[in-house]
Design a protein around this ligand. Structure first.
Ligand code: BES
Ligand code: MN
Ligand code: ZN
Length: 491
């Protein structure tokens, strides 16, 4: 499938389907559309009336055009209310149009979208992102590849004099989102610490990035007792992955992204009971997936920023070697942790990854993790939590997320709640009470950051979709890749 900028008008374009967009309760035809409608024997006005099309966000209608026209079908798509319009409305419209076109065996499609206050390039980029993400299907684990004979192979953007670079940017970013989706979708018997490291090696080789993988012995030398405590019961070796993108010239800034990389979370001896989501805990490397997805995109976009992509990868398993509830672990900054719950393992792996990243001398670092069920209780499935004491960093991330069409909500780093983590025997416990569980998790992580402006993102909810949306399918969403890429590019 190829997306192109076309200089044809709605009246002169010929192909299988032309998609037109409308705002809610403003389903009116301008002079050009009136002309098109007349050429099509009033098909558009009849379609609007007969289907009671109102232009609601997500509404799509398709119909066959009769006669000897250069067009075979018309698609109408709703953009929602004009006053609610955001950049993401266009990404979603792109996704909705691509979906209905594919369902209707369209081969050649043109999209003419209303655009008001946005620049042509960013519009072409987000519409293309929506199209590519909506059309991506993960069929790797189906024995029969159901491919229809008719495929959507050409999509032209009309009335949008953007550069081809805008479409290429969309292709680069979505290649990272798709990598993250596929890593999350892959089950734990496919993506484990070893194959995760191999996947990152491939990215490093393909794009010429620097890569260091610390093996268990290296992590021992660095005193990463928290990370290694989690890894104890796994039959597979832990891998501490450090991938580096360096620009050709002098880097304006240096950043680090740290993703939680639990390729499976059984809970450990505090085993997850049935119904607690153990069946989907292959997704517990969603932070690492987004980290390396962003790396893949950044390696192609080549910004003038140095970026370190880091994950301490292991599985949280049970065996005679497993850490016991009550064990005391020592992290690489010397702090001791009483393990009162082996299922609060992500923060242990992140603790050593944060200590390591903090020493890199970067200007800012962001960790992201499927860290707590409590964050899902607080914010639901679609919104991620954001914690930081650094206001400029919060603003940068929030702006990046808005452009990305990804939702974050800033949560408090309420010092008082650290009382819940006080241990009579060690420096801290790894788990507080149920109340405010995503906040105590963030406060725990803060103990491992000394020098670097830092933000923590809890992506436990949005990393996985139960049902398809305009641009996501069921399963891994690749959440946070677009936000991270925008954040890096804005530095
Ligand atoms: N990986 C889970 C968090 C999670 C839950 C992610 C649901 C995605 C969906 C994490 O390791 C975990 O088990 N957290 C515990 C913490 C508790 C023991 C303090 C939780 O949220 O229940
Ligand atoms: Mn857990
Ligand atoms: Zn976990």
């Amino acid at each position: 499938m190829k997306i192109k900028i076309s200089h044809d008008s709605k009246l002169s374009w010929s192909g299988d389907a032309l998609a037109l967009s409308f705002f809610t309760d403003k389903v009116e035809l301008n002079p050009e559309l009136t002309q098109l409608d007349q050429n099509l024997d009033n098909t558009i006005t009849e379609l609007i009336t007969e289907t009671e099309f109102t232009g609601k966000s997500g509404e799509t209608i398709i119909t066959r055009v009769g006669g000897k026209n250069s067009l075979r079908k018309i698609i109408l798509v709703g953009l929602g209310k004009e006053e609610d319009l955001t950049l993401d409305s266009f990404r979603q419209a792109g996704g909705n149009i691509a979906r209905i076109a594919k369902q209707n065996n369209i081969k050649t499609l043109a999209i003419a979208i209303n655009h008001n206050n946005y620049e042509d390039d960013i519009l072409a980029q987000v519409i293309s992102e929506g199209i590519i993400l909506a059309l991506h299907e993960d069929k790797r684990f189906k024995s029969e590849q159901k491919t229809s004979k008719i495929t959507l192979d050409s999509i032209e953007l009309l009335d949008l004099p953007a550069s081809n670079t805008a479409i290429e940017t969309a292709e680069k970013i979505t290649s990272g989102v798709i990598l993250a989706r596929e890593l999350v979708n892959a089950p734990a018997n496919e993506i484990n610490p070893i194959t995760m490291a191999k996947t990152v090696e491939k990215i490093a080789t393909e794009y010429g990035l620097e890569l260091t993988i610390l093996e268990q012995a290296d992590c021992e030398k660095l005193g990463m007792g928290a990370f290694l405590g989690v890894a104890l019961a796994s039959d597979l070796p832990p891998k501490f992955i450090h991938l580096i993108y360096k620009p050709e010239g002098i880097a304006k800034r240096k950043l680090a992204i740290i993703g939680k990389g639990l390729t499976f979370d059984s809970g450990g001896l505090n085993l997850k009971i049935s119904g607690s989501g153990i069946e989907t805990m292959k997704m517990d490397m969603g932070g690492a997936a987004a980290t390396f997805g962003a790396a893949k995109a950044i390696a192609q976009l080549k910004p003038n920023v140095e970026v370190h992509f880091i994950s301490a990868v292991t599985e949280n398993m049970i065996s005679g070697k497993a850490m016991h509830p009550g064990d005391i672990l020592t992290a690489s900054n010397g702090k001791t942790i009483e393990i009162n719950n082996t299922d609060a393992e992500g923060r242990l792996t992140l603790a050593d990854a944060l200590v390591y990243s903090d020493k890199l001398g970067v200007d800012a670092m962001v960790d992201l993790a499927t860290l707590t069920g409590a964050c899902i209780v607080a914010l639901g499935n679609d919104i991620a939590g954001l914690w930081t004491t650094n206001t400029p960093l919060a603003t940068q991330l929030t702006t990046s997320a808005q452009i990305a069409g990804e939702k974050f909500w800033q949560m408090p780093l309420e010092d008082k709640y650290f009382d819940q983590l006080k241990s009579p025997i060690a420096d801290m416990k790894n788990t507080g009470s149920r109340a405010g569980g995503s906040i105590t998790a963030a406060l725990f992580l803060q103990q491992f950051v000394k020098n670097t402006p830092w933000a923590h993102l809890d992506i436990a909810g949005p990393v996985w979709a139960e049902k398809p949306t305009a641009i996501d399918n069921e399963g891994g969403t690749g959440f946070a890749v677009r936000t991270l890429v925008n954040w890096i590019l804005s530095n």
